[in-house]
Design a protein around this ligand. Structure first.
Ligand code: BTN
Length: 326
């Protein structure tokens, strides 16, 4: 019943009286009131005024099982999911779920992460209710080398999804998503594999959505959709756009195991091309100008000696006009 009331509230721009709700749903006013109280407990912001009734505030941005099922329109990704109030890291939970045998496209989403993880051992701190933190379990018939491409495709998919939401975003190789020169999305891909076979992949995605500000230390580098556009976004809608885009690209990729058909779009949206960068890989630090993204998805760097270096993985900082690196 509470969700029927929720749908009525959503369908009204202004107030709807308890009496009207009661009449439409054939329940008493006190039943209306009890269900409204439950919805408030679930985090929906509902204003009530005597003589006017109830109004669902636009700022209500709740992610619960109901909102996920209602909003996510994919065929496979996120059709099976768990939605947690709190977890250590959605990637860790996704790995536990993968070991239990969940199917391809299983989604783990959490309101709060207590040990959110970033790439290369960093921590991912902005894991609160204003933002999205989720992981997708994938069970592709791929070999471990293919996963580097899958990581690029995840970044590309998020970037395109944000563009579909009206946010002008770019990809920073390999898979950060950047808005106005600052990072708004981080992606951490982890795999369980044997030499020739991938058992499962976990793609963890953190998107800063409605975060209002970042501490001094981070404000130079990090941003959110809200900070860059001044608009509040519905998290479930962004989740849906990302899952749809990634699902489409993932199934296209696993058919061909080829990055080829993504490279043009990746190049167009890649913030690194033509920029001076510093790349830190396990073996070395390289500085130079990025000349291209190869068909395999490698970063092609022209070093000061004019040699082309192909980088398959590593951490890359882009040098901006003011000399700062992001
Ligand atoms: C990075 O940019 O270093 C990657 C950050 C990845 C963060 C996401 S949030 C959801 C998922 N769970 C984690 O612990 N990490 C990823």
């Amino acid at each position: 019943m509470k969700y029927k009331i929720l749908e009525l509230l959503k369908s009204k721009d202004g107030f709807i009286s308890g009496e009207e709700i009661g009449k439409i749903l054939n329940i008493s006013r006190s039943a209306v009131w009890k269900n409204i109280s439950k919805l408030k407990e679930y985090g929906y912001k509902i204003t009530s005024f005597t003589n006017k009734g109830y109004r669902l505030e636009d700022s209500s941005d709740v992610i619960n099982d109901y909102e996920i099922k209602k909003t996510v329109t994919t065929k496979i990704f996120g059709k099976n999911f768990i939605n947690l109030k709190e977890t250590d890291s959605t990637n860790e939970e996704a790995k536990r779920q993968a070991q239990k045998g969940v199917s391809d496209g299983f989604l783990v989403i959490a309101e709060k992460q207590t040990k959110g993880k970033g790439r290369l051992g960093h921590i991912w701190t902005h894991s609160n209710n204003s933002n999205l933190a989720f992981s997708i379990v994938l069970k592709p018939d791929l070999i471990p080398e293919d996963i580097t491409s899958l990581t690029l495709i995840a970044g590309l998919s998020v970037c395109v999804a944000l563009r579909k939401a009206g946010v002008v975003s770019y990809v920073k190789w390999p898979n950060d998503v950047i808005i106005n020169g600052k990072k708004a999305v981080g992606i951490l891909t982890e795999i369980s594999c044997e030499i020739e076979r991938v058992n499962y992949v976990v793609v963890g995605i953190g998107i800063n959505i409605n975060e209002r500000y970042f501490d001094d230390e981070l404000s130079d580098k990090a941003t959110s959709l809200f900070i860059e556009t001044g608009k509040v976004f519905k998290k479930a809608e962004i989740l849906n756009l990302v899952l749809n885009e990634f699902e489409k690209n993932y199934y296209k990729f696993i058919k061909t195991r080829n990055f080829n058909s993504f490279v043009e779009e990746y190049r167009t949206l890649c913030v690194n091309i033509g920029k001076e960068i510093k790349a830190v890989s396990k073996k070395e630090t390289i500085t130079g100008i990025v000349s291209d993204i190869s068909e395999k998805g490698e970063l092609v760097i022209k070093n000061p000696e004019n040699n082309s270096i192909f980088l398959a993985s590593g951490e890359v900082s882009v040098r901006l006009k003011d000399g700062k690196y992001i």
